[in-house]
Design a protein around this ligand. Structure first.
Ligand code: PEP
Ligand code: MG
Length: 324
């Protein structure tokens, strides 16, 4: 089995009926980046930058961040690299003193882009480092925890100022940098059409989207059964976002844990997903699963999946596909 999967490294990802799917990597560490490239991923779909800020007492400066982003971009050899701006707060603890205050309800608090926009100097340092790395290959900026287009526009404005400064200082940076939104707040999913007018791409973060849609803490084991990726309400939102992206002709990827779980591969193909981003360790298994699936047949199941009233009905349809 391991050998059979290993033979898929570097191969294209095609369904049984010849439909191409793009598998991106969620990566942070240098060894994961090398692996992402060796496995034939389409690029990095989610580079979480929190690890540069965690488990330390001082903020990383521009040079340190630049070195990390540059190595990432160089390591991917010209494939697109999606760098997510800082997503501290909530479950991502902070020891640098960046967070503004202790919060009663941190998951609903000043996290992600909310924190970045309140710390423009810190945010500008990160954006400058990302922009400087953009001369080595295609870089996209992904903004976490977006709930309105205003936040995206604020990021775009700050990035524009940083780019202007950098050019003035003599740095070579890419002409244009794509800026996208994580879709992980229910308002962003419901209102995705309005966001798409301001975003170059979107990435669905089902880890948080499930938590917020279901009002179930993603890290609370007591709520394990409620935190359910097969909940019909969540499926409808995912399908809504994918459809809106298709109509706006903008890329939609999904980078939550379910993207790398082969049990969900048929479901996500049925809902029309074409870009998956996952742990590098899952890429071959998902490529293998995709090869056994018929995209046309799955797409035809979407209306039934979206009409399902309960998770049980969704599961029954999936079990039939998975041959359980
Ligand atoms: C998500 O929320 O689905 C996601 C990919 O981001 P994170 O797990 O880092 O919050
Ligand atoms: Mg998230």
């Amino acid at each position: 089995e391991g050998q059979r999967l290993a033979a898929l490294a570097g191969a294209r990802t095609l369904t049984r009926d010849g439909h191409e799917v793009r598998l991106f990597a969620n990566a942070e560490l240098p060894e994961e980046i090398a692996k992402a490239r060796a496995l034939g991923s389409a690029g990095v779909g989610l580079y979480r930058t929190e690890f540069l800020f965690l488990m330390r007492n001082a903020l990383p400066d521009e040079e340190e961040q630049y070195a990390a982003y540059r190595d990432l971009v160089l390591g991917m050899g010209g494939l697109p690299v999606t760098i997510r701006t800082l997503d501290l707060g909530a479950d991502k603890a902070d020891a640098t003193g960046l967070a503004l205050m202790a919060e009663r309800n941190p998951a609903l608090g000043v996290r992600g882009v909310r924190l970045s926009l309140r710390r423009p100097a810190v945010f500008a340092t990160q954006l400058r480092a990302i922009l400087r790395a953009s001369c080595y290959g295609p870089v996209r900026v992904l903004v976490p925890m977006v709930s309105s287009a205003d936040e995206l526009e604020a990021v775009r404005t700050l990035a524009g100022l940083c780019a202007r400064d950098l050019r003035g200082e003599g740095y070579e940076i890419a002409e244009h940098i794509e800026i996208g939104a994580m879709i992980e707040v229910p308002a962003a999913a419901i209102g995705v059409r309005a966001l798409l007018a301001h975003a170059d791409f979107v990435a669905i973060g089902t880890n948080d989207l499930a938590q917020y849609v279901l009002a179930a803490d993603r890290n609370n084991d007591a709520l394990g059964a409620l935190y359910d990726p097969l909940h019909p309400a969540l499926l409808r939102l995912i399908a809504h976002v994918i459809g809106a992206g298709r109509r706006a002709r903008k890329p939609v990827s999904l980078c939550g844990e379910i993207a790398g779980d082969v049990r969900f591969t048929p479901l996500l193909l049925a809902l029309g997903l074409q870009e998956f981003s996952m742990h590098t360790g899952q890429i071959l298994a998902v490529r293998d699963r995709v090869a056994g699936l018929h995209c046309g047949e799955l797409r035809a199941l979407a209306p039934r999946l979206l009409r399902a009233a309960t998770r049980g009905e969704v599961e029954a349809i999936l079990d039939a596909i998975n041959g359980v």
